[in-house]
Design a protein around this ligand. Structure first.
Ligand SMILES: Nc1ncnc2c1ncn2[C@@H]1O[C@H](COP(=O)(O)OP(=O)(O)OP(=O)(O)O)[C@@H](O)[C@H]1O
Ligand SMILES: [Mg+2]
Length: 369
């Protein structure tokens, strides 16, 4: 198991085991790349790639690169780069680019451009992908700011189910689901980072043909760690863990070391949603009027999570659509008691704007007196 483990990630989304010698193909801020992409700040870097903000100019200005999406105006993009001579990371990026290029979905960033171009300073060939810059934060970042309401948590997982469905229908597993690889935007949740696809037909890495463990340790399905045929139900396992985390704020399998966390995925029973645990998501009046319904909802939701995170894939929901259907039934019941649900998003925005007002007032007095 150990030697297979080349790129598991911790919950921060950073690789613990960067492959030696791989440089991420990072570009310097302010340079012009691929004939028409203005490179902005770098927002992330891993062992495989560098992620920058940039501005892409219209097609006629960059004839050298593939730009199927005609853009009459400059657009803000996220630019992912990796050295083209590193076959593993290059293929991962190509994989991501071709998935985004061939599939448009409301939960995917829009594909703008991809190709290979020379590094403006070193002349080294750099593979790149330019895609829509989503306005929002990763679920991981949002979860550090505030809690999620029950209907919001369920809606996020349902949207991710819909985003995963076309991938699964192609016989691929997304494989790296985590709060870091989904963003919350004003248009709803979006899935990002499609580089880790696993081809179930070949039972190997869709990009590199390797058979390695890739993923974020808190969310990894047990079958990723043992020699067992993998199916799309590995993603259902990760969605179950994500739902639990969004509802409770807890990482159910997290332990002090990655090895212990892996062991937990294989052996530790999934903790249940505790009796009364959903009451904190509702107002006091909601408890008085609907305590029975809320408790019944906890039992049913717990059963859905337990099924999604079953150790044996055959005990899980058959497909992401089946999981989504089960969740939609809870969502319908929630809609009936919606006025009693606490809106953590609104509370957070109000708290933040009142803190901003206080800071402005303090600054005003500090500057003048
Ligand atoms: N389309 C996008 N719009 C806005 N921000 C993005 C977008 N894509 C990525 N990001 C930001 O960049 C960060 C890293 O991106 P991503 O998860 O795709 O790459 P990675 O995990 O560094 O790469 P890899 O796992 O392929 O090595 C994300 O956590 C997110 O904050
Ligand atoms: Mg990522």
């Amino acid at each position: 198991m150990q030697q297979n483990l080349i790129d598991h990630k911790n919950s921060m989304g950073t690789s613990r085991t960067p492959a030696a010698g791989i440089q991420s193909g990072a570009l310097r801020e302010g340079t012009i790349f691929a004939g028409g992409i203005h490179v902005g700040i770098m927002i992330a870097t891993t062992s495989f790639s560098a992620v920058h903000i940039g501005v892409i100019f219209p097609r006629h200005l960059i004839p050298s690169v593939e730009t199927p999406q005609f853009s009459p105006e400059p657009r803000q993009v996220v630019l992912k780069t990796t050295p083209a001579d590193h076959s593993g990371s290059h293929q991962r990026l190509e994989n991501e680019a071709s998935l985004l290029k061939e599939n448009s979905h409301p939960a995917y960033p829009i594909f703008y451009s991809a190709g290979i171009s020379k590094h403006p300073e070193t002349n080294v060939p750099i593979a790149f992908l330019a895609m829509e810059k989503l306005q929002g934060k990763t679920l991981f970042e949002v979860s550090n700011d505030r809690e999620f309401s029950l209907s919001e948590a369920i809606a996020i997982i349902m949207m991710l189910c819909s985003a995963l469905d076309p991938i699964h229908k192609k016989g691929l597993i997304y494989r790296d689901l985590s709060l870091n690889n989904a963003m919350l935007t004003i248009f709803g949740p979006k899935l990002i980072d499609f580089g880790s696809l696993f081809d179930t037909n070949k039972q190997c890495d869709a990009a590199t043909q390797d058979n390695v463990i890739i993923g974020t340790e808190d969310y990894l399905a047990p079958e990723h760690m043992i020699r067992q045929n993998k199916t799309a139900r590995a993603d259902i396992y990760s969605l179950g863990i994500m739902l639990y985390k969004l509802i409770t704020g807890l990482n159910p399998m997290r332990d002090t070391t990655p090895q212990k966390t892996f062991f937990n995925h294989l052996n530790k029973p999934m903790p249940g949603l505790q009796h009364g645990s959903l009451l904190a998501k509702f107002s006091w009046r909601g408890h008085v009027k609907h305590a029975g319904e809320i408790e019944q909802m906890r039992i049913d939701l717990d059963a859905i999570i337990q099924r999604a995170t079953a150790k044996k894939p055959r005990h899980r929901q058959q497909s992401v659509l089946a999981l989504s259907t089960e969740l939609s039934r809870i969502q319908t019941r929630l809609a009936a008691i919606k006025p009693y649900e606490r809106d953590f998003k609104k509370d957070y925005v109000e708290k933040r704007s009142s803190a901003n007002r206080m800071a402005t007032t303090k600054r005003f007095f500090a500057e003048r007196f």
